[in-house]
Design a protein around this ligand. Structure first.
Ligand code: NDP
Length: 256
C-alpha cells in the first residue's frame, strides 16, 4: 500500500540516472519527500523537477519537498559532511536507497587497471558502506528506518569479464545480509534489491562510452527499465512495518 509512503523522507544516492532517478520520481508520486544525491548537480536539479511534476500530478498534499545535494559517495569527507547539508525539515530520514554504483570495462581479471579496480570498490563497496553507517546511526537514534541497498544478480552469479564488479556486488550482498542480522531486534528494516539487466547509463559506462557496444548487450532480450526496478524499491519500502523484504531478485523474463 503506497499510502504508507506519504510524508516519509527518503534519501536516494545515484539519483541522476536510471534506477535512482526513477525511484526518486516514484517516491515523489507516492507523497514522500526526497533528498536526491549524486555527483552531477545540474542533472540532479532536472530529476528534482520531474519529482515536482510527478507529485503535482498525484494530487497528494503529503510530501512534495525535494532537495538536491551533490555527493560523491566514494569521498569520505563528502559523506561525513552530507548530514549537515540536509535541511533541518528533511533530516528525519525514514528510508535510504543506496543505489550509486557502476561497472567499468570488460577486461579479464589480469588486465584490469588498478585505478578501475579502486574506483569500483570505492563507490560500490566503501561508498555504500559509509553512507549506510551514517544512516544506520541515524535510524538507531530515532528508533526506526529502512536501509535499501541496490545489489545485483552479479552478487549471486559471477560472470566472465566482470570479476571486479561481481566481487563488489558480492560484498554488497554480504554487508547487507550481515547488517540485517545485526538489526534484527530493532525496528530498522534492511532490503537488498538485486536487478538483472536494466537498460540505463550503466552499460554505456561499462563500455566506456561506446554506445553501440552498450546496446548490443541487450540483443535478443527485453531489458528492464529503471522504472521497473524502482517499482520493486517502492514496493519493498511500502510493506507494513513488521514486514522485512530481505531480498528481491528481479530480471527480464528472457534473461538466462
Ligand atoms: P546508471 O549509470 O544509470 O546510474 C548510476 C547512478 O549512480 C548515477 O546516478 C550516477 O550519478 C551515480 N553514481 C555513480 N558513482 C557515484 C558516486 N561515486 N557517488 C554518487 N553517485 C554516483 O545505472 P543504474 O541505474 O543501472 O545503476 C544503479 C545501481 O543498480 C548500481 O548500483 C548498479 O550497480 C545496479 N545495477 C544495475 C544493473 C543494470 O543492468 N543497469 C544490474 C544490476 C545492478 P553521477 O554520475 O551523477 O554521480
Amino acid at each position: 500500500n503506497a499510502s504508507r509512503l506519504q510524508n516519509k523522507t527518503v534519501v536516494v544516492t545515484g539519483a541522476t540516472s536510471g534506477i535512482g532517478a526513477a525511484a526518486a520520481v516514484l517516491f515523489a508520486k507516492a507523497g514522500s519527500n526526497v533528498v536526491l544525491a549524486a555527483r552531477r548537480a545540474e542533472i540532479l536539479k532536472k530529476v528534482a523537477e520531474q519529482c515536482t511534476v510527478a507529485h503535482k500530478e498525484s494530487g497528494l498534499s503529503a510530501g512534495g519537498k525535494f532537495f538536491t545535494l551533490q555527493l560523491d559517495v566514494s569521498d569520505k569527507s563528502q559523506v561525513a559532511s552530507f548530514w549537515d547539508k540536509i535541511p533541518h525539515d528533511l533530516r528525519d530520514v525514514d528510508i535510504l536507497v543506496n543505489n550509486a554504483g557502476f561497472v567499468l570495462g570488460v577486461e579479464h581479471a589480469g588486465d584490469i587497471k588498478d585505478e578501475d579496480i579502486e574506483a569500483m570498490f570505492d563507490t560500490n563497496v566503501l561508498g555504500l558502506i559509509s553512507v549506510s553507517q551514517l544512516f544506520v546511526r541515524h535510524f538507531k537514534s530515532r528508533g526506526s528506518g529502512h536501509l535499501i541497498n541496490i545489489g545485483s544478480i552479479a552478487g549471486r552469479e559471477p560472470y566472465a569479464a566482470g570479476s571486479i564488479y561481481t566481487a563488489t556486488k558480492h560484498a554488497v550482498h554480504a554487508f547487507t545480509a550481515s547488517v540485517m542480522r545485526e538489526l534484527v531486534n530493532t525496528k530498522i528494516r534492511v532490503t537488498e534489491i538485486q536487478p538483472g539487466m536494466v537498460e540505463t547509463e550503466f552499460s554505456i559506462i561499462r563500455f566506456r562510452g561506446d554506445v553501440a557496444a552498450a546496446k548490443k548487450v541487450y540483443e535478443g532480450l527485453e531489458p528492464l527499465t529503471g522504472h521497473d526496478v524502482a517499482e520493486e524499491v517502492v514496493w519493498a519500502a511500502s510493506r507494513p512495518d513488521h514486514v522485512q523484504v530481505a531480498e528481491v531478485l528481479v530480471m527480464p523474463v528472457n534473461q538466462a
